[in-house]
Design a protein around this ligand. Structure first.
Ligand SMILES: Nc1ccn([C@@H]2O[C@H](COP(=O)(O)O)[C@@H](O)[C@H]2O)c(=O)n1
Ligand SMILES: C[C@@]1(CO)OP(=O)(O)OP(=O)(O)OC[C@H]1O
Length: 157
């Protein structure tokens, strides 16, 4: 068994939607990133890679590489899951938290869990997505960006 944790932040920029957990959410801002800015999937990838001491997402998909410009983060997650399985592991469970004042995450949690389960090839009951504000404190509290964290447990196949 292996445990991993991941954390990511993306700043808001001008736009009208964010993509979180593979789900498009209409919003008054967008997330600034080299890829599609899916902060939740990036934290999840870092947790999966961390569990196997494989570095982090930026090591495997460098922001300096034009291949990942505008990348669909579900594709990165799919590649990370292939690395996990190639090393003889399977997802036990993942617990994730999105940290922002807005948008409201709860209404989108079922769609996020379903989409992540589909991309990862796991049962939806292995995936937990939660949300919290920071009570208007700090950069998330000021609405400057979104943070996400993830913890995963991997089981040996
Ligand atoms: N962006 C968010 C933030 C929070 N939620 C949900 O609201 C609950 C209350 O948030 P607190 O920060 O006041 O604890 C939280 O437990 C989440 O269920 C949300 O949906 N979207
Ligand atoms: C996802 C990658 C892809 O180049 O870039 P960003 O979208 O900027 O996101 P970040 O969380 O900084 O992770 C690094 C990169 O792997």
């Amino acid at each position: 068994m292996r445990i991993g944790s991941g954390f990511d932040v993306h700043a808001f920029t001008g736009g009208d939607q964010v993509i979180i957990g593979g789900v498009r959410i209409a919003h008054s801002r967008a997330l600034l990133a080299h890829s599609d800015g899916d902060v939740l999937i990036h934290a999840l990838c870092d947790a999966l890679l961390g569990a196997l001491a494989l570095g982090d997402i930026g090591v495997h998909f460098p922001p300096s590489d034009a291949r990942w410009k505008g990348a669909d983060s579900t594709e990165l997650l799919s590649q990370v899951m292939a690395m996990v399985r190639a090393r003889g592991h399977e997802l036990g469970n993942a617990d994730m938290t999105v940290i922002c004042e807005a948008p409201k995450i709860n209404p989108h949690v079922p769609a996020m869990r379903a989409r992540l389960a589909e991309v990862m090839g796991v049962d939806v009951d292995r995936l937990s997505v939660k949300a919290t504000t920071t009570e208007k404190l700090g950069f998330t509290g000021r609405g400057e960006g979104i943070a996400a964290q993830a913890t995963v447990l991997l089981e040996t196949r």
